[in-house]
Design a protein around this ligand. Structure first.
Ligand code: TYD
Length: 210
């Protein structure tokens, strides 16, 4: 009997293709009979949508610390109101970005104290830890081709910023080899999907079917 669900996060730099993979994984899991919740940060809930609007589209220049705390506020509300209850009800929560985005973007991208950001996130997530994080690593050239439309405030930071974020993600992955699975997102959508699916199946077998 499935008592508790799973919390899986999807991470990577802008244009890495993680959202496509998340949606494909959700369809696969639903076809196997699992109850799946798709969600994202920032902006999953009512409060978060307002925060997202400020974070990504504010015309006023935001200070780095204002940005940092707004992402944390969104996350704290998201965890309590949506993620924790869904996992407790035995659902599989697939979350497009979570705390590792914060460490990579606000820590390494903005060149702030990554250790402090990790600690602030531990407050915001209030005890919940992803069972698995899929980190999609893409080269800047491939990412550029995948991005379409007008860039938001963070995408507009440019290549150097994205490179720092990618390096940050790689460091976080090295520090958390059990939780974070790195996937080469330069490959075709099908190849990346196979890696995604196999990693999730492995986790489910470990968690529910042993
Ligand atoms: P979004 O449109 O959701 O983009 P994506 O499809 O790339 O996930 O935009 C979210 C942006 O916010 C993205 O550039 C990453 C950034 N971000 C942070 O800087 N810190 C965070 O904690 C989170 C969750 C996202």
């Amino acid at each position: 009997m499935q008592k508790k669900g799973l919390f899986i996060t999807f991470e990577g730099t802008d244009g890495c293709g993680k959202t496509t993979q998340l949606n494909m994984a959700a369809e696969f899991l639903k076809s196997k009979g699992y109850e799946v919740v798709i969600t994202r940060e920032p902006g999953a809930l009512e409060t978060g949508k307002k925060i997202r609007q400020i974070l990504l589209h504010s015309e006023e220049k935001l200070s780095d610390y204002c940005e940092m705390f707004l992402f944390l506020a969104d996350r704290a509300q998201h965890v309590e109101a949506l993620i924790k209850p869904a996992v407790e009800q035995g659902k599989i929560v697939l979350c497009d970005r979570h705390k590792d985005s914060h460490i990579a973007y606000q820590g390494y991208g903005r060149e702030k104290n990554a250790q402090l950001i990790k600690e602030l996130n531990q407050i915001a997530v209030n005890g919940i830890e992803p069972d698995l994080t899929l980190l999609y690593c893409v080269s800047p050239e491939v990412a550029m081709k995948r991005l379409s439309g007008a860039p938001d405030r963070i995408e507009a930071e440019g290549t150097k910023f994205q490179e720092r974020v990618l390096e940050g993600y790689k460091k976080i992955a090295k520090e958390n080899p059990e939780r974070i699975k790195v996937i080469n997102a330069d490959n075709s959508v099908e190849t990346v999907y196979n890696d995604t699916k196999n990693t999730i199946i492995e986790l489910i077998e470990k968690k529910f079917e042993v």
